[in-house]
Each structure stands twice: as structure tokens, then as C-alpha cells.
Ligand binder design. Structure first.
Ligand SMILES: Cc1ncc(COP(=O)(O)O)c(C=O)c1O
Length: 337
């Protein structure tokens, strides 16, 4: 075959794949970027949906401009939890009341790492938590993390370990295939308080075996925290069924929330109220407007909030969550594979 006929055959094959692609119809849903033929940087910043400019304008005109402060009661107070439930149902395999949208991934990692270590080392003296997880066991002083994890995860782990008098235990995984069940099994023990890993490796794209690793961590009596930044919106997950304790992820990559849009955190039902996050601002209090003398944490997932949520930055992701719901996360995964 000549080069030219090979090119034509390749082009024909690509056109056939495009014609059979159930997601191709959605290309028009996104803002066109002149000069960009194929955008392969959604793992860093997703592109905006075409209706985002009008949605933002309507928000300024109506919800903010016309309804003014009434919008807090009418819709914004509940938005972090409502959006969390949508993300949970459509992308995480999480039942309602366990996911909340707030802060950045870095801040949520801090809250959950710190909360988990405090829980594991806490003064209560109990040794067994739900499903055999660590609870108040003074012997659990190790935080397990891996060398290839995203810098913010490693830096936060170092900071939290120093703050809590914990020891970091490092996994050195294969740089291409990522962290394995055996890597984790080799380091966890009765000293492990928390294991914190990324589901998808940000450099190689390696996909960790979330259910098997979570099970190994639980067998050791420790808690498991997953960073889902590179999997939320593209890799199907079943956090509830897989017994995941905690997870965080960002919304500006595959959830197309826009630069700096807030992150989400998942904390499964039976850990809520056991694990106390450290930035206990008024939005995490049982009664936000009690203005009382002492802090009482909220019962539900709102306990992970701290201060006033960034409502404007929660607008753009809503259309993308709807689009993922329409297309189905399994279809998105099939196309990426
Ligand atoms: C895997 C992973 N974790 C954490 C972060 C940090 O997120 P943020 O800067 O929003 O806190 C990123 C950012 O790209 C990331 O890719």
C-alpha cells in the first residue's frame, strides 16, 4: 500500500468509528475553540458547554440580581449538598447524603486526612470502628501514601503527619502500572491509621484497583481515602458497594466546572459524626444561624463545609453533570478505552 492509500484507509476507519460513536452528537454541546481539532487536555481543564454564558448571565440577572439575598434560602444554602448528591449518583456510585461540594481538593484532602488521623489516634480509647475500621486506637500512627501521588496529596500528608505526630509510610509503585494491591498489602499493619491514594495516576493514567485495595486496607483495620480528580466523570465507580470510606475530587477537569470550581468530598454515612474535620466553621454547625456560644457539628454531610460556599463557581458544572447523566458514564468510559 502507498502512503497515500494508507492515509485514506486510516481516515475511512476513523470516519466509520465517528459515525458509530453514540457520543459524537454531543460535540456541538461545547464552545468551539478556533484552531483546536481534538482537545486532549480535559484531564487538566474541561471545556465549557455552549449554554454556560447564558446560564451565567441569567444567574446574575435573576437569582442574584433580582432575588438578591432571598436566593440563599430559596436555593443556594442547599446547593453544596444537592450538587454533591448529583455527582454521587451520576459519577461515583454514591447514595444521597454522603457527597458535598466545597473548597478545593487540597483543602478537602486536609480536612479528611486530619479528621481520619484524629479519629484513629483519638482519646476515646475504642479499638474498633464500623466494619473494623480504625477508631480511637492510639497504636495507629502511620499514614500510607505513594511516591508518585500528585504533589498536593504528598505535601498535605507530610503536613498532617507532622501536625498529628504520625509517621509517613511510603509506597514506591511501578511508575507505569501504578500502585497495586500487593504494594498496599506489603505496608499496611496494625499501626496503619490511613491509606491515601489516587484512583488514576495523574502521569501514567494507571487505574488502581479501588475495591481490592480498599478491602486490603479494611482488613488491616485502617481507613481509606481516594483522590478521584482524574477519574470523576470518566471512570465508573461504586463507592458505596466497594466500601470506600472517604474520597475527594475536582470538578474543573471532566466535570467542566471551569477554572477554580470547587471540589467534592465523599464521607460514607457511618463515618459521619465519628470523624471530626478540623476547619469547623459556621457552615458545618448543626444550626448555622444559632449564633450561639459553642460549636455543635451538623449531623449530615454538611459537617464537611466550613464557610460560605462559592455559588457562582458551582454553576457551570451543572450542565456537564446533566450531560454525563444523559450519555451514561459507561459510554464515556467505553469511548475513552
Ligand atoms: C490528582 C490531583 N489531586 C489534587 C489536585 C489539586 O487540586 P486543587 O489544586 O484544586 O486543590 C490535582 C490538581 O490538578 C490533581 O490532579
Amino acid at each position: 500500500m502507498t502512503d497515500r492509500s494508507a492515509d485514506t484507509a486510516l481516515l475511512d476507519a476513523a470516519r466509520t468509528l465517528d459515525a458509530a460513536d453514540p457520543l459524537a452528537a454531543h460535540l456541538d454541546a461545547f464552545v468551539e475553540a478556533p484552531g483546536v481539532t481534538a482537545y486532549l487536555d480535559g484531564n487538566s481543564l474541561g471545556r465549557p458547554l455552549r449554554d454556560v454564558p447564558e446560564k451565567l448571565a441569567a444567574f446574575v440577572r435573576e437569582d442574584w440580581g433580582t432575588r438578591l439575598i432571598r436566593s440563599w434560602d430559596e436555593q443556594w444554602m442547599a446547593l453544596p449538598m444537592e450538587l454533591g448528591d448529583r455527582i454521587g449518583a451520576i459519577t461515583l456510585g454514591a447514595g444521597p447524603g454522603q457527597t458535598v461540594v466545597s473548597d478545593s481538593t487540597s483543602v478537602l484532602l486536609y480536612k479528611l486526612m486530619r479528621g481520619a488521623l484524629r479519629q484513629a489516634q483519638g482519646p476515646r480509647g475504642a479499638t474498633q470502628g464500623p466494619r473494623g475500621t480504625a477508631q480511637g486506637s492510639a497504636g495507629r500512627t502511620e499514614l500510607v501514601i505513594e511516591e508518585g501521588n500528585f504533589p498536593t496529596d504528598r505535601f498535605l500528608a507530610e503536613g498532617v503527619a507532622a501536625e498529628m505526630g504520625a509517621t509517613l509510610r511510603w509506597i514506591t509503585p511501578d511508575p507505569v502500572h501504578g500502585v497495586t494491591v500487593d504494594d498496599v498489602a506489603a505496608v499496611v499493619s496494625e499501626r496503619t491509621a490511613l491509606v491515601s491514594l489516587s484512583h488514576v495516576d495523574y502521569r501514567s493514567g494507571a487505574l488502581a484497583d479501588m475495591p481490592a485495595i480498599t478491602a486490603v486496607v479494611h482488613d488491616a483495620g485502617a481507613l481509606m481515602l481516594w483522590d478521584l480528580c482524574h477519574s470523576a466523570g470518566v471512570v465508573p465507580m461504586q463507592l458505596d458497594d466497594w466500601g470506600v470510606d472517604m474520597a475527594v475530587g475536582c470538578t474543573y477537569k471532566y466535570l467542566n466546572g471551569g477554572p477554580g470550581s470547587p471540589a467534592f468530598a465523599y464521607l460514607r454515612h457511618d463515618l459521619q459524626g465519628l470523624l471530626r474535620q478540623p476547619i469547623q466553621g459556621w457552615w458545618s454547625a448543626a444550626d448555622i444561624f444559632a449564633m450561639g456560644p459553642e460549636y455543635v457539628p451538623a449531623d449530615g454531610i454538611r459537617q464537611l463545609l466550613s464557610g460560605t460556599p462559592p455559588v457562582t463557581s458551582m454553576l457551570a458544572m451543572q450542565g456537564m453533570i446533566d450531560l454525563i447523566e444523559q450519555s451514561g458514564i459507561d459510554g464515556v468510559r467505553a469511548k475513552s478505552e
